[in-house]
Every structure is written in C-alpha cells, then in structure tokens.
Design a protein around this ligand. Structure first.
Ligand code: PRX
Length: 571
C-alpha cells in the first residue's frame, strides 16, 4: 500500500472539517436551500436556471462561455432562460407531454443547452446521445427508450435511422436542410416565432429527468433513469467536492452524452449560478491549455486520460500558458495514477483530486475532498451522507484492507430510480441493502478507498465505458467474421484499449486490409470509441458449455497470466 500522503493545502474550502461535518450531517439541511422544500413541487430547470434569471443580481451574469473551433458565444442566465422557454413552447406545440423521452443527438453548442432546459421545462425526460454514435448505437437507444422527439443537426441526420422507430414522431433539425418531409421541424424557424414566456411544468421530486444509456458486460446498453431529486446531491457535491464559489469560472471537459457532462457539466455548476465553460470538439493539449488560459478557468474537472496526455507532452508545453487562474483540479472516470498527481503538484502547483462514481449513481460518492489529505492512488473517502463499504458476494461487509465489491448503502439522493424497461436488471444491482458497483476495491484503516479493477467484463477505454457484447454483436455482422470475443487490454495512456479475438468464415483469409475493413465496420456502424484497436484471428473463441464467451480466458491469454478455473470450458 502506498501511504505517501499529499498534505492539505491552505484554502478557504466550503467543506472545512470532514469528520465533524459528516457526523452531524443530514440531507434535510441541504434540501432547505430549495424552494420546493416548502411547495413540494420542483423542476431542475428552475433551480439551475430560471432562479438565477429572476434574481436581479445574477440575471445578467454569464451562464455559458461557449467556444469551439468554429464559433464563440456567451449566454447570460436571463438569455438562456428565455431561449429555453421558447424551445419549451416549440416542444409543446408538437405535443410533447410530461414524461415523454426527448433525445438530443448533437455536438455541444448553445442550442444543445437551450434545448436541454426546454425539455426539462415541459417535464419531459432528456436523453443525450454522444455525438460520435453511429446508426446502430442511435437506433438501440431511441428504440429502447421509445423516444418521441429527437433533436439533431444536418451533419448527424444520416446516422439517424429512418425506419423501425415507430415511437419517433418528429425530428427537430438545428441547421439548414433541403428535405421537406413532414417529420422534420426546423429549429431556427420555430424559435423565431416562439414566445419567451412559458409556464414551467412543476413536477415531483421522483419524476423522471434524464436517461443515460450505459454499457454492462452483457446485452445492449441500458437506460439509467434519474429523477429531479438528484439535484440535492449535485448541489451538495458542487459545494463540497468541486468547492465552487460565486465568482468561479468552471470547466468540465466531459461531453453531455455521458453522465459527467450532465451531472457536472450542467447541473452542479448551474445549481450554484456559476459561470460554466463549454468547449465543443475534440481536444489536443494545446486546446486544453488555451481554453483554461483564455477563459481564466478557476475550477477544472477532467479525466485521467487527458491528464496523462498532458504529462506525456511535458511541462514545457504547460509553461507556454498562463494558468495562474486555476485553483482546483478534479478527475473522474478511471484510476488516477499517483504519478499524475505528483506531476500535477510540480507542473500546476496544485493537487489533483480524484472522484469516484458511476452513471448509475448519478453523482459523486467517494472523493478526495479538498480539506482532506490525498493518498495518491486512493479515490478518497465517501462524501457526507454516503455510506460506502467493501462487501462479499452475499452483501456482508469485509474488514479493512480486504479486497471485495465496492458497495454503497442504497438510498442516496442521486441514485438511479430504474433501468428503463428492465426491472430485473435494476434489481440485480442490489444485495442485502447495498448497491453493488461491479468495481473491486479495498478500504484502509482510515477509511480511504482504493480502486482495484472491474469485477465484470466492462471495458474502460479513455474513461469511456464500453460493453464487450455490443462490440462482439457488431463484429459478427461483418461478412468475414464468424465469432468474436472482446476484452479490454491494459494501455499506459488510455487505461485500456479494445482488443477483439475473431474467427473467420470459410473463404476468408487473414490480411491487413481485411482487419482494417473489420475495424472500420465497427467504427462506422457503432462508434469510433467502440472500434477495436487490435484484432487477432484465432481458430476458436473459448466458450462455456452454455455458450457464453469466456472473456476472462481471452484476457489471461493476452496477458500471459494463469488461466484459472476452466472447468466450464466447452471447446
Ligand atoms: O470502473 C469505475 C470507473 O468507471 C466506472 C463507471 O463508468 P461510467 O458509468 O461511465 O461513469 C464514469 C464517470 C462517472 C466505474 O464503475 N471509474 C469511475 N471513477 C473512477 C473509476 N475508476 C477508478 N477511479 C475512479 N475515480
């Protein structure tokens, strides 16, 4: 165990005394910050946006500082509030009702955030899709969720399935198109005529707010359903973990197609009325540094993959930028290497704070809270109000320093409320009152949690969660591929890369062209981040007698490890 400690820095942190605060904590104290505490009715769009637009002190404050390689724009709370009212009126005009699923398949842009809040204002459930998805990935999600409306751009429209989606009534296009099909609604035209006044749909705390699809080790991606009640924890962690203050300029690098890009790219900063930097497009180290410098970012939430890339480009690159505004850096999504923390202390002169949570958990649960010492390699401690533990497969708690399932006592505010259309999957997460994460970890004597790995076959590549089944299913659609087994292979920068083992159909010969063709097939059919970086042709794929692919065995082969128990092996 690495017990090297990075001590606490001086700072006027929002959460000053972790132990004392945790001991006397109740969520009730947080809930009193919201108007619904009195009325019982709520809407995230009010708490994160309209409340600031109504307040004379914050209405003209910049909410959104947007930039992409092509475009720069700022929006105040008041502007964003009015624009999203307009969009809510557009949605109403086309019959959107409370509880409908309205999906967004578009890059980060001011229109994305306008539409997003418009969806919440009508009481509908927002479904953001990662812009890199290809047709199959889009189809699976729209179909499973029975989405009624989709908002997209002309560039992405060709990846939207045109058939086999009986529930999809309208497609709203942000941008110019020539097609006059009745199904298409033009965003700009509709917004021109829409009223800036809208009567918000007040909903219950337990009403649906957002649906994020994520991958498990088996089956298609699953719709993780979150409700408005999650705001309690977004609000609290924005204060304790992000340490946000009124004059901060905050930047979260995650795309809103993933949960970090909504919980911490939208809700957490805006619940506190903090100026939020949004940068569209993919990034290079220079883009990261430029965005930090130009916007004078003070609080930055990013991922180990990004930080590792900065490390590999060296301190010299960093020295070309003035990053003195930055006071707080956080990381999420993959193990944060101790070396990165050490580098960060030297290069940024700042500690990098790890945070642990998942799509299903809706908000941060374990974190290196600013007022705690950091033990590099550890994810930190559970936030106030959260009981975390290590349990065995029956849900019994294990003593310190013993490895097991990382589990959370069920019932925290931002916890998912269902898996869309899949109650049995939802139930399968819980054992003996614990939510079992699928991560293995241990806890030291002082209550710090140490991540060890995934217990299932879920792949984490550059912080993006990929289900092997989805990739395998796509691979065997290729005419040359007979069978496929997909694993995550350790990689120094990306955490893991996707490696596929395949067998070929009769009449196909191995060649570099064929392998590239298969790779492209997954890339263009599913998405770039799901395409295997390595493909190896084998004579057979190891399977159990019931036909399940033994991915663990493939992994052992790949890594030259002992193969363990193979008694269920069929072939
Ligand atoms: O394995 C853990 C890893 O990412 C998984 C959750 O992925 P996703 O639902 O896409 O959410 C990512 C961001 C909230 C977890 O089961 N993970 C997340 N944070 C960490 C992590 N692994 C190690 N250290 C972390 N801090």
């Amino acid at each position: 165990m690495d017990m090297k400690v990075v001590s606490v820095r001086e700072g006027d942190y929002n959460l000053k005394n972790y132990d004392e605060f945790r001991e006397n904590f109740s969520w009730d104290a947080i809930e009193r910050n919201f108007s619904w505490y009195e009325t019982g009715k709520v809407n995230m769009a009010y708490e994160a946006l309209d409340r600031h637009a109504e307040n004379p002190i914050t209405k003209d404050k910049i909410a959104l500082l947007y930039s992409s390689p092509e475009r720069e724009e700022t929006l105040t709370f008041s502007q964003l509030s009015k624009d999203s009212n307009k969009f809510a009126n557009v949605l109403k005009k086309y019959g959107t009702e409370k509880g409908d699923r309205v999906f967004l398949f578009m890059p980060r842009s001011p229109e994305f955030y306008t539409a997003f809040f418009g969806i919440l204002k009508v009481g509908a459930v927002a479904g953001p899709l990662f812009e890199a998805f290809m047709e199959q990935a889009v189809r699976d999600r729209l179909k499973d969720s029975e989405a009624r409306i989709l908002i997209t751009t002309p560039d992405l429209l060709e990846r939207v399935p045109q058939a086999d989606l009986p529930d999809l009534e309208k497609i709203i296009i942000v941008g110019e198109i020539n097609d006059n099909s009745k199904k298409y609604i033009r965003y700009a035209e509709e917004m021109k005529d829409a009223s800036e006044e809208f009567e918000m749909e007040w909903v219950d705390l337990e009403d649906g707010m957002i649906l994020h699809y994520t991958s498990g080790s088996t089956g298609k991606p699953k719709g993780v359903y979150h409700v408005h009640n999650a705001m309690i924890q977004h609000y609290a962690t924005a204060s304790w973990v992000l340490d946000l203050k009124q004059d901060d300029i905050y930047w979260c690098t995650a795309d809103p197609g993933w949960v970090t890009g909504t919980s911490y790219g939208i809700f957490a900063p805006w619940l506190h009325g903090v100026t939020n930097v949004i940068r569209g497009g993919r990034f290079t180290p220079d883009d990261w540094y430029q965005t930090l410098e130009k916007n004078k970012v003070t609080v930055w939430y990013t991922a180990p993959t990004a930080l590792r890339m900065l490390v590999s480009y060296g301190e010299d690159k960093l020295r070309r930028y003035n990053l003195t505004s930055l006071r707080h850096i956080m990381s999420v999504g993959e193990p944060l290497n101790p070396e990165v923390i050490t580098w960060g202390m030297k290069a940024f002169n700042l500690r990098i704070h790890d945070t642990w949570w998942m799509t299903e958990t809706g908000a941060q649960l374990i974190a290196n809270i600013p007022a705690l010492e950091i033990r590099p390699g550890s994810m930190g401690k559970p936030i106030p109000g959260i009981e975390a533990s290590i349990v065995d497969n029956e849900g019994n708690e294990l003593p310190p320093n013993q490895m097991g399932n990382l589990a959370i006592k069920a019932g925290w505010p931002a916890m998912m409320r269902k898996i869309w259309n899949n109650p049995s999957k939802y139930e399968s997460y819980f054992i003996n009152g614990w939510y079992v994460s699928g991560d293995s970890a241990y806890r030291d004597e002082d209550g710090y949690f140490w991540f060890q790995g995934r217990l299932d076959d879920v792949i984490n590549t550059s912080g993006e969660r990929v289900g092997p089944f989805e990739v395998e299913s796509k691979l065997i659609e290729h005419e040359a591929v007979a069978e496929a087994g997909v694993i995550g292979k350790p990689h120094p920068e990306r955490g893991e890369i996707i490696k596929a083992f395949i067998t070929l159909n009769e009449g196909y010969e191995e060649s570099p062209e064929l392998l590239e063709d298969i790779r492209q097939f997954v890339k263009t059919g599913l998405s770039a981040h799901a395409a295997p970086r390595e493909i190896e042709i084998t004579d057979s794929i190891p399977k159990t007698r019931s036909g399940k692919i033994m991915r663990r065995l493939l992994k052992s082969w790949e890594l030259g490890l002992p193969t363990g128990d193979t008694s269920t092996l069929e072939n």
